[in-house]
Design a binder for this molecule. Structure first.
Ligand SMILES: [Zn+2]
Ligand SMILES: [Zn+2]
Length: 254
């Protein structure tokens, strides 16, 4: 399974880091995970035509994580060589169907043509849930401490390689549970202290989760400008597990 960091930034415009977006590839399938504004353009930069994606998974409905949903579905209509012929399945937390219905009310057949359908499967927000994704990828979820239907996401490839993505979250015992023993924990570290925003993680919170879960490797993402990356790395490294700041285009593979 390959897990590509398509966007390691935030909603703050940044030439080098896009908003949250990731790509899971396994068994010939390509699954988009989140996709804030500009994600489909960044996919093209990394050699992936968004019109050929097999499925989508969304951690929650904030625009820095799903702002490119309408452009994505719109481009799937566009040929002449690659107009879509097959359905596009999406997995996301409960409430996503209502969210999509609102978008459909605005955009109509531009994002939901007659010839293929967006098929949404909602995941529980009150406990663990799971789904079998294309390519033999297993998705396991737990509710995150955030809003807009937020989930922690765990992707297990056919080889057993497992990557956990925090999504957006405040301090979360569920994230420590889901990340226990994972090959990689890709986690947000959006704030310097939780009194800035209490629905996000500060370096101390990430360190506590890493110490409890003990994944093999930690990749930091979604750092807002108030976070000093070096200080964040220093605090999390003190746990004694390899940690780095993720970069757009970086590939995790196993
Ligand atoms: Zn959010
Ligand atoms: Zn976010």
């Amino acid at each position: 399974m390959r897990f590509t960091l398509v966007g390691t930034g935030t909603t703050v415009p940044d030439a080098d880091r896009g908003p949250a977006g990731f790509l899971v590839e396994a068994g010939g399938a390509r699954i988009l995970v989140d996709g804030g504004t500009g994600t489909i353009g960044r996919l093209a930069r990394f050699g992936v035509d968004a019109r050929e994606l097999d499925a989508g998974v969304y951690s929650h409905r904030h625009v820095d994580h799903c702002g490119d949903l309408v452009p994505l579905l719109f481009t799937m209509r566009v040929g002449p060589d690659k107009p879509r012929r097959r359905d596009y399945p999406i997995w996301a937390g409960s409430g996503f169907q209502h969210f999509f219905d609102g978008l459909h009310g605005v955009y109509g057949s531009w994002i939901q043509p007659e010839s293929w359908k967006v098929r949404i499967s909602e995941l529980r927000l009150d406990g663990p849930d799971s789904a079998d994704l294309p390519g033999g990828v297993r998705l396991d979820t737990l509710p995150a401490v955030h809003s807009a239907g937020a989930l922690h996401l765990s992707f297990t490839g056919p080889s057993g390689y497992r990557v956990v993505f925090s999504g957006d979250t405040g301090p979360s015992e569920a994230l420590a549970l889901l990340a226990a023993g994972a090959d990689v924990l890709v986690t947000e570290c959006a704030v310097a202290t939780t009194d800035q925003w209490n629905s996000h993680l500060a370096p101390d919170d990430v360190a506590a989760i890493v110490a409890a879960a003990r994944p093999k490797r930690v990749v930091l993402t979604h750092l807002y400008p108030m976070v000093d990356p070096e200080e964040c790395l220093r605090v999390v490294r003190a746990v004694g597990i390899p940690v780095e700041r993720g970069e757009d285009g970086q590939v995790l593979e196993g």
